[in-house]
Design a protein. Structure first.
Length: 561
């Protein structure tokens, strides 16, 4: 009022000017008063929050290490300090086939999409889209800005979290999600559009109810996709909540004792279950991850994916198999029948051993087991000339015929690491012979991938050899493709198993490859033999017809135009 009078009587003397001056003074007092009340309100709210937090800790006052004075709610401060240390150190986590200790910036967005029910996500998106269309951007910001401010900042902070262990860390967002989603049924729009939005809401809520009933009573294991354990584990899915179901399954199946692998501190004996604990439990019994002992195994989804285990591949053997039962979507049951013990293991060593012999022996629980290193790109080795045995190969190398996949191991970043394959018997030659060379090798026969070829093809020849003894000199296996005049046109010499790995009785299979060039046509022969590397002298051999020579001629091959 004083300000208005000042404007009305401007230029009418000192009295009018005085009134205007009083009005301006009044205006100058109003602004600080408004902010004063706001500061008082904020301080009062902060004080009430602090007192509430202090009351939760029983109005505790005590001193913490490193602090000069006692603190109210000191336990809360100690928890905060431990959390900061936790975030500094990181935490084992799993996401989309990868394992890390420091997390991923996109972990919580992915978890939110995978575990927030689809009906809720649809309602949220529809409601957000409706704000700008119905109210306009300015009204939306003014009315709903305070409501979305916390979710926005909370979501952004989650990008920097180094502890990625569960959707539960997103629970503070859900009240805001529900309130915002409820706006889909808001007023102030045309009846047709409002009816459509209400129908959408009813459909989504019914969908949500049905989805909840479908997963009941295993609500923790809810995912928008099947086999959620392939994407997220830990408290997203698996907190050791399925011991009741394990007991019921054991009673129904007549199983008295199982091997149990889980990271939960829950003690199965409390549930009346007899178990042998496996890693990562400190009470774990001896366990061979590359060749588990016969029995029934109950393995939690979290450790199955390599979280908290000694190695990400501790349970890779089980990841390659379908369980006989899935309890609560989070505990997997496997049954391993008795089988013959392994006699050897052979590890591909090109360009370097996939696993060290000591690691293989430890993984098999057999420190005395023979482990042979060889070049899997050009040979196979069957130590002792019998099975069963285990091949440890790079993931891009096909196993020999008759081998059965045992496990697929991966690196922590999800890329393939190695595969293991079990063989029960030695691969035999399609064209068997038994010819002794004038040296410590016998030729047992060969396999050929065909007899007719064309330019651009590759002839693949597998020759079989039995080792009588380990030689003292270096040697090479000879394989030549020769024309009708006996002239070599392609050479496939080599040795895929170093002689220092040889023992009497071993069966060695050597692969020789002959690319067929343009212009080659007609009948060709394959010659095989052995020669010393230091002198290039070929070994002599007595052929089945009684003649002597320095090579063996195999069946002819035909190259067509």
């Amino acid at each position: 009022a004083g300000q208005e009078q000042g404007y009305e009587h401007a230029g009418q003397g000192h009295a009018g000017q005085g009134q205007a001056g009083q009005g301006q003074a009044g205006q100058g007092q109003a602004l600080p008063l408004r902010w004063r009340w706001r500061v008082l309100h904020a301080a009062g709210a902060a004080l009430a929050a602090a007192l509430t937090l202090w009351a939760i800790y029983g109005f505790e006052v005590r001193r913490l290490p490193g602090m000069p004075l006692p603190l109210p709610a000191a336990t809360h401060v100690a928890i905060y300090r431990s959390l900061q240390e936790h975030y500094t150190l990181g935490h084992p986590a799993f996401l989309l086939g990868q394992n890390r200790d420091r997390g991923w910036w996109y972990y919580f967005p992915v978890a939110f999409v995978l575990k927030t029910p689809l009906p809720t996500l649809i309602l949220l998106i529809a409601s957000l889209g409706g704000y700008t269309r119905i109210q306009g951007y300015r009204d939306t910001l003014r009315c709903w800005g305070p409501l979305v401010l916390f979710p926005i900042f909370y979501t952004i902070s989650s990008f920097f979290s180094s502890v990625n262990i569960g959707y539960r860390h997103l629970l503070p967002l859900l009240p805001f999600v529900f309130v915002i989603s409820s706006r889909i049924t808001g007023h102030g729009t045309r009846n047709t559009w409002r009816v459509a939005r209400i129908a959408c809401c009813v459909i989504c809520l019914a969908w949500l109810v049905l989805g909840t009933l479908r997963i009941s009573p295993h609500y923790l294991a809810y995912f928008n996709v099947p086999d959620g354990y392939r994407y997220l584990v830990d408290s997203n899915l698996d907190w050791g909540q399925n011991l009741w179901q394990l007991r019921e399954w054991m009673e129904h199946s007549g199983v008295e004792r199982v091997y149990y692998a889980h990271f939960s501190p829950a003690r199965p004996e409390v549930y009346g279950i007899q178990v042998d604990m496996l890693p990562p439990s400190p009470r774990a019994v001896p366990f061979a991850p590359l060749d588990p002992a016969p029995g029934v195994y109950a393995i939690g989804a979290t450790v199955l994916q390599g979280v908290y285990t000694p190695d990400v591949n501790t349970y890779a053997w089980f990841r390659a198999r379908e369980p006989v039962a899935r309890l609560g979507h989070a505990l997997f049951i496997y049954r391993i029948e008795p089988r013959p013990a392994l006699r050897w293991a052979a590890v591909c060593a090109t360009p370097a051993p996939t696993l060290s012999p000591e690691t293989v022996q430890a993984g098999l629980g057999r420190p005395d087991l023979r482990v042979v290193l060889f070049d899997c790109t050009q040979a196979w080795i069957y130590p002792g000339g019998e099975g069963p045995g285990l091949f440890v190969l790079p993931p891009d190398i096909a196993p020999p015929p008759g081998a059965r996949l045992e496990a697929r191991a991966r690196h922590a970043d999800g890329t393939p690491f190695y595969n293991t394959h079990r063989v029960e018997a030695v691969l035999v030659a399609e064209h068997p012979v038994d010819i002794a060379f004038n040296g410590p090798l016998d030729f047992l026969g060969y396999r050929l991938d065909g007899h007719r070829y064309r330019p651009g093809d590759t002839i693949e020849l597998w020759t079989f050899w039995r080792i009588r003894e380990a030689p003292a000199r270096l040697l090479s296996l000879m394989a030549h493709l020769v024309d009708a005049g006996g002239i070599p046109v392609a050479v496939g010499d080599g040795l895929g198993v170093p002689i220092e790995q040889w023992r009497a009785g071993d069966i060695m299979v050597q692969c020789s490859r002959f690319p067929i060039a343009e212009g080659m046509a007609g009948a060709y022969h394959l010659h095989v033999g052995v020669y010393w590397l230091d002198t290039m002298e070929r070994w002599s051999v007595r052929l089945p017809d009684g003649t002597a020579g320095d090579h063996i001629a195999l069946a002819p091959v035909e190259i067509e135009w």
